[in-house]
Design a protein around this ligand. Sequence first.
Ligand SMILES: *Cc1c(COP(=O)(O)O)cnc(C)c1O
Length: 394
Amino acid sequence: MKSLGRFGKYGGCYVTELLIPALTAVEEAFLACKDDPAFNRELHRLLQDFAGRPTPLTEMKRLGGQWGCTLVLKREDLLHGGAHKTNNVIGQALLAERMGRKELIAETGAGQHGVATAMAGALFALPVKIFMGAADIKRQYPNVQRMELFGAEVIPITAGSQTLKDAINEAMRYWTAHSKEAYYVFGTVAGPHPFPTLVAHFQSVIGTEARAQCLEKFGRLPHTVCACVGGGSNAIGTFRAFLADSEVQLVGVEAAGEGLDSGKHGAALNQGRPGSLHGAYSRCLQDEDGQIREAHSISAGLDYPGVGPEHSQLRDSGRARYVAATDDEALAALLLLTKQEGIIPALEPAHALAAAQKLALSLAQNDILLITLSGRGDKDLGEVFSWLENHAQK
Ligand SMILES: *Cc1c(COP(=O)(O)O)cnc(C)c1O
C-alpha cells in the first residue's frame, strides 16, 4: 500500500494478509479518482441532483436567543435518505463502478448504513448484499424491509452474539473470497486503511459547505463547532474544514448512555483505551483484560465500542475536545428542538445539541455555535414514545 493510513500512532491496517490485495485495490482506485475532474463532476452531479446538496445552514433564532449565542444547524437531516450517510455511500458506489466491481456488500447494525448502501445499489444498478446479525434483523425489521424494497439481499448472521461485530466478520470473510467482483462499502471513518481516509474525504463536503455558508451569512467563522461521534464520520466530515482555523473550537459528543459511571455507554474517547478493533488501532471500550466491551446508547448510530483513528489523534493533540451526553439529555434535547424550532432531529445529533446547550453558557450572543444535525428523527419515534411513557410513570 502507498500509505499506512496513520493518524499519529493510530490507524493502520490490521487485517489478515488475504484482505490486503482488496484493500490495496480500493486505495489505488481512490487515489486515482479523488482528484480526477470527471469523477468529481459526476460525484457533484449526484450529490446535487439526486441527494439535494448543498444542505442549508439554518439559524435557530428562538433557541439561540434563549441560549445566549448565535446558533446555526448544518442540515444533513434534509439530505436524501435522511442522514449524512448518503454522502459516503454515493462516493463509494461511484468508486466501485469505476473499479468495475459487480456487487456492493456492507455490514449493518441497526440497519441505517445497510439502507443507505441498498439505496446506492439501486441508484447504480449494482446488486447489494447486506450482512446483518440475526438479533439485529429481529430488532430492526422495518430497515430490513427498506433494504429489500431497494432490491438488496439481507444475509442473516447467526454466529456469536448475532450483532454488528459478527456481521463485520462475515462481510470481511465474504470480501476475502470475492474481492475481484465485490466492493465493500464501509459505513464510517473506522476500520482498516484506507476506509478512515476515504470516508472522511466523502463526508468532508459537510464542513466545506458549512464553513463557506457561515462566512457568507455572518462574515465570520464559528466560535465552536459541535457534532456527535459514533464511528465519527459526520464529525470528521464537519471538523476537517476547520482544522486549520485554530481559533475555532471543535467539540465531539459521544453517547454517555445511562451515565459514564454506569458502564453502559458508548464513549470510546472519554472512557476507552488505545487498542485494536475492526482492523485499526484507535481508542475503544475494553475491560481490564483488553476484551472489547459492548457499547450502550439509546441511539443506534452511537452504539459502537470504537471510534475512528483520526478522532483519537485529535483528542490526544488537543485540537478537538470530546464530551458526552446521556440518553436522558439527548431525549430532552430532541423534544426541545422539535417543540421550539419545528425540527425533529435524530437521537444521534440530539446528543450534540444537549452538549452544545452547556457549551453555550460560556458564549456571547455574537459567538456562532455550529452544530451538525446529522439526520432526521422519524426513525426514532419508537424510542421517543417509550421514553415518554417511562417518564410519565416515574
Ligand atoms: C449513523 C449515524 C451517526 C453515527 O455515525 P458517525 O460515523 O459517527 O457519523 C450519527 N447520526 C446519524 C443520523 C446516523 O445515521
